[in-house]
Design a protein around this ligand. Structure first.
Ligand SMILES: C[S@@+](CC[C@H](N)C(=O)[O-])C[C@H]1O[C@@H](n2cnc3c(N)ncnc32)[C@H](O)[C@@H]1O
Length: 262
């Protein structure tokens, strides 16, 4: 489901990211990578690098010596091809639970918004520790359980109505800003969390539908019973439009954090 549907290419993730166009204040694209004092000498591995969201903040600018982008999805790695000609990037299709890299080979390992996808989170954290040299840093970002709760509540309500009251919760807390410290502390002596909340003010239902629509396959996989997803989207659109008519916009807040581990 991850490599064949949700992350077969970067279409869905780009749809989700587009919701940040409605941030009430501009957000720096480099807020997560700014946790590292880049000096052009570091070797960095970005595990679950998607379409290079973070690598684009450091590779073209020469802020690291070399970067290794790793992802389970070959389709995703293809979307980084434009970064290869500079010679500072290698791309490897790999599973975070078994990284094909030697011990202590990077100065910085990043696992941004991806550990919640990994079946054995402890194994992936062990791999991040193993490949990072003593004195190096691991950055691991994720969402808070409150992330876009305003949209998650609409989705839960719409699914419940479609299923006649059933559906249960689809949320997972395998690696969140709440659970991350305990998990990372199994491998790292120092774990600190920096959080970022971004209020959004959305003027129409369309961006919300684009966001939820990009999660069609993972949502259907979690619900596990036949579900008319288009009817779910229609239900959400109606509710968002009602809020906009009453309040002028639909407001929601993203809640994220990045763990800095040494
Ligand atoms: C939500 S995306 C985001 C990643 C990106 N680092 C970011 O923060 O924008 C998650 C990525 O992790 C990848 N992924 C999921 N499970 C993985 C695994 N076990 N090993 C490596 N990559 C994985 C997916 O293919 C996808 O590209």
């Amino acid at each position: 489901m991850l490599t064949g549907k949700a992350y077969a290419d970067d279409r869905h993730i780009r749809s989700r990211m587009s919701i940040y166009a409605y941030a009430e204040k501009p957000v720096s694209l480099g807020w997560r990578t700014s946790m590292i004092p880049w000096d052009g000498t570091q070797i960095v591995a970005d595990v679950g690098c998607v379409n290079g969201f973070d690598l684009r903040q450091i590779v073209p600018q020469g802020r690291c010596r070399h970067a290794i982008g790793l992802d389970l999805s070959a389709g995703m790695l293809r979307s980084l091809a434009d970064l290869l000609p500079g010679g500072r990037l290698s791309l490897v299709q790999a599973d975070a639970q078994r990284l094909p890299l030697p011990e202590d080979c990077v100065d910085v390992a990043m696992a941004m918004h991806m550990l919640y996808h990994v079946p054995d989170v402890a194994a992936a954290i062990g791999e991040l520790r193993r490949i990072t040299s003593p004195g190096g840093t691991v950055l691991a970002s994720t969402n808070s359980p409150a992330h876009l709760a305003e949209i998650a509540d609409l989705v839960d309500g719409a699914i419940s109505r479609q299923l006649g009251g059933g559906g249960g919760s689809r949320r997972t807390d395998s690696f969140t800003t709440l659970t991350g410290t305990d998990l990372l502390s199994q491998e790292f002596a120092s774990v600190t969390l920096t959080t970022l909340d971004v209020p959004l003010s959305i003027p129409s239902a369309e961006p919300v539908i684009t966001y939820v629509g990009s999660l069609r396959e993972p949502t259907l996989a979690l619900v596990r019973v036949p579900l008319d997803f288009d009817a779910v989207l229609d239900d959400i659109a109606m509710n968002v439009e009602q809020v906009i008519q009453a309040e002028g916009s639909f407001r929601a807040t993203t809640h994220m954090g990045v763990f800095i581990c040494r």
